[in-house]
Design a protein around this ligand. Structure first.
Ligand SMILES: NC(=O)c1ccc[n+]([C@@H]2O[C@H](COP(=O)([O-])OP(=O)(O)OC[C@H]3O[C@@H](n4cnc5c(N)ncnc54)[C@H](O)[C@@H]3O)[C@@H](O)[C@H]2O)c1
Ligand SMILES: O=C(O)[C@H](O)COP(=O)(O)O
Length: 411
């Protein structure tokens, strides 16, 4: 170990929101034992206090890493989102501060797709309503409004990892699949891409949203889109709460002759911060509506896999600087660096930085035995290997390079 790098037991890892124990196990196996594990998310002020001495933080969808929080986290070197969505992290701020953000882009895909398939079947049979009635002692045996999924059309908005998986499952139960996406996508099975959203809505018997939270998806589904849906079609949102105008949905589901026949909603514009807080929504109490507490990806299988995947990415970045699959950072995949010191340098992407580094090292007689560089439009990430005896001198030189955001040396 270089005396200029932190020993693993000094690297503090803050894990929030009850991430699966597989994460702790994975980090322990990699030699990281200084872990603070919390079952809940933290509000901004508490988070600022907790995060200030953390080198890594792990979170799920309820912890918001704002620019203010990130700026106060002076020791933070890496962030793990133990989920798919990364909208809860200010990715630009993290990048500017030289902090890569990792997530688990596939681990809960199947769990969401399975849940949605189940919901489509239940909604088409009006089971939420009938179940609620039966619980009240009402025996409403009738085929009215109940239909098979076979031969019906599912419209998927956002044909990415979840959307495609859902499309495949839907076809296996005999549904026709159409989808709308801002990108041209390869249709799987017999699915067909439709260029115009309203055209897709007019054909679908069930519509399911699978887009990320971005500026372009904010409130993308409101009164106009509900009006464009086929009368009585089902509506499902397990993406992000900010995508749908929830008041407009409540209106579309109610009244004398509701436009929307039923809905299954897993995500909400405002979600309780913990299980102890009341869930407030205009959708409460409306018939043929399934409300679930943001559990689309919450299966034991998915959570265990996510823990291993994201903790593994954090450990790898800490051990050898690899940023493969970071969502906001130049991606560098690195071999091990036995017998040499590895230095990581994050800098503003402007001309001449690499030349300055090479010149500074040459002036001090430091030989670079390996060098890896990747850049995005605004930052560059260079990884250098030098003889271990030169690591302190090399780090000193790197810190002085104009445009440096962050420099550190690895074990
Ligand atoms: N409910 C849950 O527990 C849960 C679990 C996992 C993921 N999610 C949410 O689901 C989202 C989708 O997950 P994924 O893995 O399929 O993501 P993905 O990135 O693989 O796919 C998203 C798709 O949406 C498309 N898209 C983006 N903006 C669009 C727009 N304005 N209109 C139409 N299409 C648009 C993209 O081109 C892409 O094909 C995640 O970002 C996350 O927020 C929720
Ligand atoms: O983005 C995701 O993967 C889902 O929204 C799941 O989030 P969660 O880990 O908070 O359940």
């Amino acid at each position: 170990m270089s005396k200029f790098s932190l020993a693993k037991d000094k690297i503090k890892i803050l894990l929030l929101e009850g991430v699966h124990q597989s994460a702790v196990q994975t980090l322990n196996n990699a030699g990281y034992t200084n872990i603070e594990y919390l079952k809940t998310s933290l509000a901004e002020e508490e988070l600022i206090e907790k995060i200030k001495d953390a080198h890594f933080v792990g979170l799920r969808s309820r912890t918001f890493l704002t620019r203010k929080v990130l700026q106060s986290a002076e020791k933070l070197i890496g962030i793990g989102c133990f989920c798919i969505g990364t909208n809860q992290v200010d990715l630009q701020a993290a990048k500017e501060l030289g902090i890569p953000v990792f997530n688990a882009p596939f681990s809960n895909t199947r769990s969401v797709a399975e849940l949605v398939i189940g919901e489509i079947l239940l909604l088409l049979r009006r089971i939420p309503e009938k179940s609620a009635q039966a619980h009240q002692g009402v025996w409403n045996k009738s085929a009215n409004g109940s239909v098979e999924a076979r031969g019906k059309t599912l419209g998927i908005i956002g044909y990415g990892h979840i959307g495609t998986q859902l499309g495949i499952l839907a076809e296996t139960i005999g549904m026709n699949v159409i989808f709308y996406d801002i990108e041209d996508k390869l249709p799987l099975g017999n699915a067909k891409q439709v260029a115009d959203l309203n055209e897709m809505l007019a054909q679908a018997d069930a519509v399911s949203l699978h887009v990320p939270e971005t500026k372009s998806t904010q409130d993308m589904f409101g009164a106009e889109q509900f009006a464009a849906m086929k009368k009585g079609a089902m509506f499902i949102n397990a993406s992000r709460g900010t995508v749908v105008d929830i008041e407009a949905l409540a209106q579309a589901l109610t009244g004398e002759s509701p436009q929307v026949g039923g809905a299954a909603i897993d995500v909400f514009p405002v979600e309780p911060k913990s299980n102890a807080e009341e869930f407030v929504s205009p959708l409460r109490g409306i018939g043929n509506v399934i409300l679930s507490p943001h559990i689309g990806g919450s299966t034991l299988e998915a959570q265990a896999n996510i823990g291993i995947e994201v903790a593994g990415k954090l450990a790898k970045y800490s051990d050898n600087g690899s940023t493969l699959s970071a969502v906001n950072f130049p991606e560098v995949s690195l071999p091990s660096h036995e017998g040499r010191s590895r230095l990581l340098h994050v800098h503003q992407n402007k001309p001449g930085i690499l030349t300055s580094i090479n010149q500074a090292f040459a002036d001090k007689g430091i030989n670079i035995s390996a060098q890896y560089l990747q850049t995005t439009a605004d930052i560059g990430y260079v990884v250098l290997e030098v003889d271990s005896d030169d690591s302190q001198a090399a780090l000193d030189q790197l810190k002085q390079i104009d445009g440096t955001i962050r420099a550190r040396v690895l074990l």
